[in-house]
Design a protein around this ligand. Structure first.
Ligand code: CA
Length: 222
């Protein structure tokens, strides 16, 4: 059972999501505007937040930004009617772990909630904290990567992507595999989000750490 914060001003959607979460055995709490959502989120008593973007008082982007700037790493699934690529990538870049465009199917939201809660559980980590590939080291506890270029902290999504590369060094991983493993099975396969995030990782790991295998995907070079 998880404590889940729903920040959503549309009563119909909030109650529908809360009801579904309760049916799955979770304990939902609803906040109906940005400022109260942020207060609740910062209370530290929630395991995950479902966050609407269009909110009175303070929009979801601002809530997310303030939450992350105060050091919270709580998983956040963004609900948004603004399904343009620009807004979505902005949300992911701001520290959201996932997003769903409205209208969404409840089963999809639940699948993402389960995925994010599972990612939290330390018991699921099969090996130790550090994964070393060549001169690069991924610290799974602090989500930092270090190498010749120094040490960088990774966002939740960058870390999820980096972990797959580090656990499969020298192996070519296709865009579809990475999309499926990091973003979920039903993410738009035409999306360039994998390429965007590989770009972020190259900035942190070094430009030549990840090779592009033309027409196939990417490989972390040992
Ligand atoms: Ca709204």
């Amino acid at each position: 059972m998880a404590q889940i914060l729903i920040v959503e001003d549309e009563a119909r959607i909030a109650s529908f999501v809360a009801k579904g979460l309760r049916a799955e055995g979770h304990q939902p709490t609803v906040a109906v505007d940005g400022p109260s959502g942020l207060d609740e989120a910062l209370s530290g008593r929630f395991d995950l937040m479902v966050l609407d973007i269009g909110l009175p008082g303070m929009d979801g982007f601002e809530v997310l930004d303030q939450l992350r700037s105060q050091g919270s790493r709580m998983p956040v699934i963004v609900l948004t009617a603004r399904d343009s690529v620009t807004d979505t990538v902005a949300a992911l870049d701001n520290g959201a772990d996932d997003y769903m465009a409205k209208p969404f199917r409840f089963a999809e939201l639940m699948a993402r909630v389960r995925l994010r809660l599972r990612a939290l559980a330390p018991a699921d980590s099969p090996t130790g904290d550090d994964v070393v590939v060549g001169r690069l080291r991924l610290d799974r506890r602090t989500r930092c990567v270090s190498g010749p270029g120094g040490e960088s902290e990774l966002s939740a999504r960058e870390f999820a992507l980096a972990e797959i590369f580090f656990l499969n060094p020298g192996q070519v991983l296709t865009r579809e595999q990475l999309l499926d493993l990091v973003w979920g099975y039903d993410f738009d396969p035409g999306s360039n989000v994998v390429d965007v995030y590989v770009g972020y990782l190259r900035k942190k790991l070094g430009a030549d750490a990840i090779s592009t295998v033309r027409g196939v995907g990417y490989r972390l070079d040992p």
